[in-house]
Structures are given as structure tokens and as C-alpha cells.
Design a protein around this ligand. Structure first.
Ligand SMILES: [Zn+2]
Length: 420
């Protein structure tokens, strides 16, 4: 079995133009990092995100098994090593992010296995290949093994010897210290060896900027820095009459759209979950969601498997009509994206889009009323459409940003080559 970055690159290429994705964390930078970017933890985490493993699993090809397992191991290891809060694991339903509370914790066994695995990996040599291919450097191997071993021992020691009720592994690291020193170096012109004098000055600067916050009654407090960015030029506004959505086919799915059905269900369910606090009515929540089994009757087995992978036992399953609303919103957004992308850059695009989509939803004849508060499904659709538009626009801006970065990077390389 072997793992390959190429598998993730394949998925990324397939989805790169799409507004909703199975592997939303993958970016161009994370898959094709420059030499310096290879050291960037944030980019690396995007590779080892659990959504990537789920996206690969969905393709149902045994060729991906190695990559899936590798991502899962590293992801689990990372979560275990970074438990920083006693509540996060419980709130986000992440088994691996829960604090260590007892010696019989399965994760201790996992860490032990990890150490064995690293030792084996160190010994492996692939015949016919260079000696170091598919391996970490000896230093990385050593620190990987050492860190895992130490953290495991610390957990056991702490649980045995002290009266502490839990152990947070994320507290045993020097990251915050390192981060602060990184800031010092940046403030001194990216200098690696800085003097005591410079540290003191940099520390002063950092403290002053952290104090320079502005307070707004409506938006809470924010930094001076963010405030300054907001004076960018506003673009002209848009009118709903500019949207011509007659060409949208609401009733048939293309093959590509059909492939995304599990995502429609997942994102619609996410919206129901997000809106729960605003609904303030249990019967409304019941009206808008369904039992797991009902939705599975409607979807294919591949879709079912995907939903089971992402649901962590607590996913809210949306009512069929909510999925319909999602599909209508998605189709309209996609249509505008291909036909008249310029509209998306205009100022009040959210309001205009919302209006157009709500008009369409009215045509869909969605019925259903809450017995308690007399609000109809259609009344609720307003809020849902807002959530969906936010998802689309957010992903759209990410898409734009990443392609802008790529073209910038290419240009710079070209400049360098042509000037030399
Ligand atoms: Zn109600």
C-alpha cells in the first residue's frame, strides 16, 4: 500500500472550478508549495484534513486506500497532539480532540502503535528506488518518534501521579513562544539573529498595536489595521432586472450535478443546523428536518456512505424541500457564474441574488406549515437562501483569490527568468 499526493491533486483538479466541493480545504498553494511554503503548517494541515479522506473514499477505488489511511493516521495523530481545550472535543464531536482523562484511553494505544509504525517505516526500503524516496529525513523520523513517545509518557505520568482530572497535550509545546519570536524577527526586517535591544523594541511595538483597538457599538471591537482596509472602492450596485435566469434548467441534473447530491444534502443539513437557534420553535425544526433513514431512501448507496462518514452521529438531515431550495439556489448561482460573472462583483449582489432566488422558490410551490407558530416553510426559505448565498459567495471569493495568486506567481517567475 502506498500514499500519493497525486491523488489529492487529481481531486483538486476535478473540483477546482466548482462552487461546492467535496474537498474544500485543498488549495493550489497547499498542493504545489514552493520550497519555503513546505514549512508552512497551515498549508500542510490542508493536505491532512479529514474531508480529503472522505472525498477520496467516496470515489470507491482501492487505489486510494493507502492515501486515505495515511491521511487518517496523520490527522488523528495531529488532533491527539493538539488538544488545547477541555471542551472543544465534546462540542465538535471530535473523539480525538477530547482531553485525556483515563489510562484506558484507546488513543494511548494508538500512540504506541504510531511509534511502532514510525520504526517500521524508517526501516523500509523500496526496491529499485533511491534510498530516501518515500521517507522522512532521519531528523524528522527521530523527532516524530521522540515527541510521540514523550507525550505518551507525559499523559500516563500525569494521570497516574497527580490529582488532575485531565491532560491537555497541546499545552506541552513551544508554538506560542516560537510565534512571538517570529513576530520579533519580522519587525526587525526579517532578521534571523536579533539583539536584545531589538527584542525590547519589538515587544513595545506589539503591545501598542494590540492596545490600539477601535470599539463600535454595532460590530464590537476591531483592530485599527482591519479598519484601514475597509476604505477600498465600492463598485456600482446591481438590479434584479439584470438577472436573466430563463436558461436555468431546474428539473434535470447533469452528470456532474448528480455527482454532487450528497453535498446538497450535507450543506442543506448544515443550514438547518445553523438556523436552529434562530427558529426558536421545536415544531419548525421538526418541519425542516427528517430522520436519517428517510433521506437515505432517496439517495444512492455511495451518497449514503459519504453522509455516514461526515455525520459523526449528529448531522441534521434536511427536509427534502430544503434540499430543493438548495438546488434552486445553486443552479441560479452557477448559471450567473457562467453567463454573467461580472454581476458577482457588484455591491449589493447578496440582496439581489436573494430576491431572484426567492422568486424562483415561490414558483416551486413549497408547502408546509408549523402548527405552533403558523410560519410556513416558504417563510423560512428566506433565511436558508441567505445561508446558501453566503456559502456560494464565500467559495467563489476563495476560488478567485487562489487563481489570482497563481497567475501572480507565474508572472513573477516569468519576470525573473526574462530579467536574468
Ligand atoms: Zn414553528
Amino acid at each position: 500500500m502506498h500514499a500519493s499526493l497525486g491523488h489529492l491533486r487529481d481531486i483538486y483538479r476535478q473540483e477546482s472550478k466548482s462552487i461546492i466541493k467535496y474537498a474544500p480545504k485543498l488549495t493550489f498553494k497547499s498542493l504545489y508549495p514552493s520550497n519555503i511554503e513546505r514549512q508552512n503548517v497551515g498549508l500542510c494541515l490542508k493536505i491532512f484534513d479529514a474531508t480529503n479522506a472522505n472525498a477520496l473514499k467516496r470515489l470507491n477505488d482501492s487505489a486510494y486506500d493507502g492515501t486515505i489511511e495515511f491521511i487518517q493516521i496523520i490527522n488523528k495523530w495531529w488532533s491527539i497532539m493538539n488538544v488545547k481545550s477541555p471542551r472543544k472535543g465534546y462540542e465538535q464531536l471530535e473523539e480525538n480532540s477530547k482531553p485525556f482523562e483515563k489510562l484506558s484511553d484507546d488513543r494511548l494505544l494508538f500512540l504506541e502503535k504510531c511509534i511502532e509504525w514510525i520504526k517500521e517505516w524508517k526501516k523500509v526500503s523500496i526496491s529499485g528506488q533511491k534510498k530516501k524516496l518515500g521517507k522522512l529525513t532521519s531528523e524528522t523520523f527521530c523527532s516524530f518518534e521522540h515527541t510521540t513517545n514523550t507525550i505518551k509518557d507525559i499523559i500516563i505520568h500525569q494521570l497516574q501521579s497527580s490529582t488532575n482530572s485531565y491532560v491537555l497535550t497541546g499545552k506541552y509545546q513551544t508554538d506560542p513562544l516560537e510565534g512571538r519570536f517570529g513576530q520579533y524577527r519580522q519587525l526587525c526586517g526579517g532578521n534571523y539573529s536579533i539583539s536584545v535591544e531589538q527584542i525590547l523594541q519589538a515587544e513595545k511595538k506589539l503591545r501598542i498595536t494590540s492596545l490600539l483597538k477601535l470599539h463600535s457599538k454595532k460590530y464590537g471591537s476591531f483592530h485599527l489595521k482591519e479598519f484601514l482596509c475597509d476604505f477600498s472602492e465600492k463598485e456600482a450596485s446591481v438590479h434584479t432586472s439584470e438577472f436573466d435566469i430563463k436558461g436555468v434548467d431546474f428539473y434535470n441534473f447533469t452528470e456532474e450535478e448528480e455527482d454532487l447530491i450528497p453535498l446538497y444534502v450535507y450543506l442543506s443539513g448544515y443550514a438547518v443546523y445553523k438556523l436552529k437557534p434562530y427558529l426558536q420553535c421545536n415544531d419548525c425544526i421538526k418541519l425542516l428536518s427528517v430522520e436519517k433513514e428517510l433521506i437515505f431512501e432517496l439517495t444512492s448507496s455511495a451518497a449514503k456512505e459519504y453522509l455516514l462518514d461526515v455525520d459523526k452521529g449528529k448531522l441534521t438531515y434536511p427536509d427534502e424541500d430544503i434540499v430543493k431550495i438548495f438546488v434552486a439556489s445553486y443552479k441560479i448561482f452557477k448559471f450567473i457564474l457562467t453567463e454573467n460573472e461580472g454581476l458577482l462583483h457588484l455591491e449589493n449582489i447578496r440582496t439581489a441574488l436573494k430576491k431572484v432566488i426567492l422568486e424562483k422558490i415561490h414558483d416551486l410551490n413549497i408547502t408546509g406549515i408549523c402548527d405552533t407558530c403558523q410560519r410556513t416553510k416558504e417563510d423560512h426559505s428566506q433565511k436558508f437562501v441567505s445561508v446558501f448565498i453566503n456559502i456560494f459567495l464565500n467559495n467563489y471569493s476563495k476560488l478567485k483569490n487562489s487563481s489570482a495568486k497563481i497567475s501572480k506567481g507565474k508572472k513573477r517567475k516569468l519576470d525573473i527568468i526574462s530579467s536574468s
